[in-house]
Design a protein around this ligand. Structure first.
Ligand SMILES: [Zn+2]
Ligand SMILES: [Zn+2]
Length: 480
């Protein structure tokens, strides 16, 4: 970050200070501080501090005089700056227009005793400052995303990764190197609530892995990933705000995933999804980071959604942020996506369709499920017309799952459990599907009670598939 000494001349300075109370938070999750920038200024620097001793968390971001979003850094950066050509990661460089600029304070956590804050804004005239190179990112006009050197079929990667554009430790170039080391075909960079990552991605020419621009819309009431390179406002707190978000995403032809809907208490602000009655989203992140971090909760919720007859794709994501000593590793879990084209659009389309399988790491095990009916083959995400249900065969193939238990699960419960006894293992099960039987999916793992769909801390999942769905035509249920 530029030190004040790197500038010359006296800046214009605004100081905002006060105390935020739980009542403020009750009224709105955000507080707005405005300053009127006269013409002729080219660099804005914002620094802020607050009473961190009392468990307070204050986030920060900025809007320009036209109300355009210019960046967000959560509570990760105590200082940031924006100029026409450069900005701190998390912020978007561009014209510094005169007029009313807005600082957004995010009231992430306000303790009962309140939280005192002080925000200092400084602005320098054009030509009065010299910007240090490090810690700044130049933004350039977006270019088309580039295709990686992988072809159609299964591609493996990570749908949920953070960079230095939010609270991650690595630049996107560093993340690409790490993805290559792991043998991944793609990574999605889903920084919290901001859009400056899109610009860094666009500047990486011919990346050796497919780079998917994304954003984790990080509200205090739930986190949702949207892939594709469009930014969506994170200032949402009521059910109708999330209904709107789903519609806005779909209007852009993109898809939205509910991230890590599990209760981690005080450990993570807004991480559990508050509005589980919401419908219409495309995916659920059923596996976020290591399995043991209560991933059985999102898995159980997803199973209940499927049992309602909904089509929702299960995805995984490491939520990798980098940093020494973290138990979260890139691509653990790995999300395998069966694509027709290895492109951002191809990935979005396949995730929407449910052509997704999740495993604990890039080395597998890879679990595939197909349904065969009247010589037709259905993949996960497909709807099997159960007029042809008599003699329907479900084939599950596990690669690298020796000694684990394979379970075939339908909306009626666990249909069958099988011990996997070879490196490449195939199992075929004949299923008669009647009304009430919505889907069939598979899991591989160690289960304390192999016939119980709901899992807990003593169970370990190594891999899981999305379902094939059954078209509802006649009465009855799933039966052997
Ligand atoms: Zn999150
Ligand atoms: Zn995240």
């Amino acid at each position: 970050m530029t030190e004040p000494g790197a500038t010359v001349g006296e800046p214009l300075t605004w100081v905002f200070q006060g105390v935020l109370t739980p009542r403020d938070k009750q009224e709105d999750d955000y507080k707005y501080l405005r300053f009127n920038l006269p013409p002729g200024y080219g660099l804005i620097e914002v620094s802020y501090e607050y009473s961190r001793d009392s468990r307070s968390v204050l986030d920060i971001g900025m809007l320009d005089p036209e109300g355009s979003f210019r960046g967000w850094s959560g509570s990760d950066k105590p200082r940031f700056s924006i100029s026409a050509s450069k900005a701190t990661p998390g912020y978007v460089a561009g014209e510094i227009k005169p007029g009313p600029w807005t600082i957004i304070l995010g009231l992430a956590r306000i303790p009962a005793g309140g939280c005192s804050y002080r925000v200092v804004v400084k602005a320098w005239r054009h030509g009065e400052y010299l910007i240090g190179e490090h810690c700044f990112e130049e933004s350039v006009a977006p270019q088309a995303a580039r295709k990686p050197a992988v072809s159609k079929g299964w591609i493996k990667g990570d749908l949920h990764v953070h960079s230095h554009h939010s609270d991650g430790k690595h630049s996107i170039r560093e993340l690409v190197d790490k993805a290559l080391e792991q043998g991944l075909d793609y990574i999605a960079v889903t920084d919290h609530s901001t859009n400056s990552q899109f610009y860094e991605i666009m500047r990486i020419r011919d990346p050796p892995v497919l780079l998917i621009p994304g954003v984790e819309v990080t509200t205090y009431h739930g986190h949702l990933n949207v892939w594709g390179g469009s930014w969506f406002d994170f200032r949402r707190r009521r059910l109708e705000d999330f209904v709107k978000l789903v519609n806005e995403v779909h209007e852009k032809g993109l898809i939205v995933s509910v991230d890590h809907p599990r209760d981690l208490g005080e450990l993570c602000i807004g991480c559990d999804f508050e509005f589980k009655q919401l419908r219409g989203f495309d995916a659920v992140e059923v596996w976020n980071g290591p399995w043991f971090v209560k991933n059985w909760e999102p898995l159980a919720w997803w199973h209940s959604l499927l049992s309602e007859g909904l089509r929702v794709t299960a995805v995984g994501g490491s939520d990798y942020h980098g940093g020494e000593g973290s138990f979260v590793r890139l691509s653990e879990p790995t999300t395998w996506i069966r694509v027709d084209s290895p492109s951002v659009r191809g990935v979005i389309s396949s995730v929407k369709q449910g052509r997704v399988s999740i495993s604990q790491s890039p080395s597998g095990p890879l679990l595939e499920l197909k349904a065969y009916s009247d010589s037709r083959v259905f993949e996960t995400g497909d709807i099997v017309d159960t007029n042809h249900g008599e003699g329907l065969k479900i084939m599950v193939e596990a690669q690298g799952g020796e000694n684990a238990t394979l379970r075939l699960i339908t909306s009626q419960g666990v249909e069958e459990t099988i011990r996997v006894n070879s490196k490449v293992f195939k199992h075929v099960k004949e299923l008669r599907v009647k009304q009430g039987c919505m889907f069939a999916r598979a899991e591989l793992g160690w289960f304390t009670d192999p016939f119980s769909v709901s899992l807990g801390e003593d169970d370990t999942v190594f891999a899981l598939t999305n379902p094939v769905y059954f078209k509802q035509v006649s009465s009855g249920s799933c039966s052997r």
